[in-house]
Write a protein that binds this ligand. Structure first.
Ligand code: BEZ
Length: 230
């Protein structure tokens, strides 16, 4: 006879970083919405995805809001809601997905469970429990990768020059900024958006100077050519 404990339970997983645009395998539903009581910040060092052990990049973590309020943060405002996407993993795939995520994401992150609120527009067309208890990976302040409050401009400069096995650090930031805007009304994140704006500005400046540099080289080489042709 099948006991209730033998029935494989589905898992709900909340993504607030790369999971928003890089879903886990085997999900059968993706739901936009938010959690409360946390603040998202680029305060987690990444040695395995967007940086290396020698030159760690920066990725997001969630900070308990009560703890964040004790810190000095240049981005001193934070929305009461942290938007992201929740994924429903059917029971038979839960063990495989958890193993996949532990390998993909565990570098410094701990597992917590938190209530997830479905976005109003999605809830209107789906019959879902409210709220949904979700698993979430949180880089706690005592984990070795947690870097704490950062100067926004230095952080943006760090992101622009970092890269790792999953690609450019700035592409993680731009992907997050873009995918947040698509989640629903009020889903933007000022901290993420400000960093993306600063990174684009830094990139614009360095491409201007490389254009100016190549113009100077071209003019220089033409001058040289003219010198030799005279
Ligand atoms: C995410 O939401 O993408 C995520 C963030 C930290 C660890 C694992 C997943």
């Amino acid at each position: 006879m099948t006991k209730a404990s033998d029935v494989e339970q589905e898992l709900w997983l909340f993504g607030y970083g790369s999971l928003i645009w890089k879903p886990p395998p085997h999900f059968d539903l993706r739901v936009p919405g938010y959690v409360e009581g946390y603040v998202r910040r680029f305060w987690q060092a990444s040695e395995d995805h967007r940086g290396t052990p020698e030159a760690p990049g920066r990725v997001v973590t969630l900070i308990d809001r009560a703890h964040w309020e004790t810190l000095v943060d240049e981005h001193s405002d934070a929305s009461a809601t942290t938007w992201g996407a929740a994924y429903r993993i059917p029971g038979p795939h839960v063990a495989e997905v958890r193993e996949y995520l532990d390998i993909r994401e565990i570098n410094g992150y701990s597992i917590q469970y938190t209530p997830f609120h479905v976005s109003r527009s999605f809830a209107a067309s789906h019959n879902l429990p409210a709220p949904i208890n979700c698993l979430v990976y949180v880089g706690l302040p005592d984990n070795p990768q947690f870097v704490g409050p950062q100067d926004a401009q230095l952080l943006a400069e760090h992101i622009v020059r970092s890269r790792g096995p999953s690609g450019e650090n700035k592409d993680y930031l731009y992907g997050l900024d873009r995918s947040l805007l698509e989640l629903g009304e009020g889903s933007e994140d000022e901290h993420v958006h400000d960093l993306a704006r600063r990174c684009r500005e830094i990139e614009g400046r360095s491409s201007d100077s490389s254009v100016i540099g190549s113009e100077l080289r071209r003019v220089g080489s033409t001058d040289e050519q003219e010198e030799t042709e005279k």
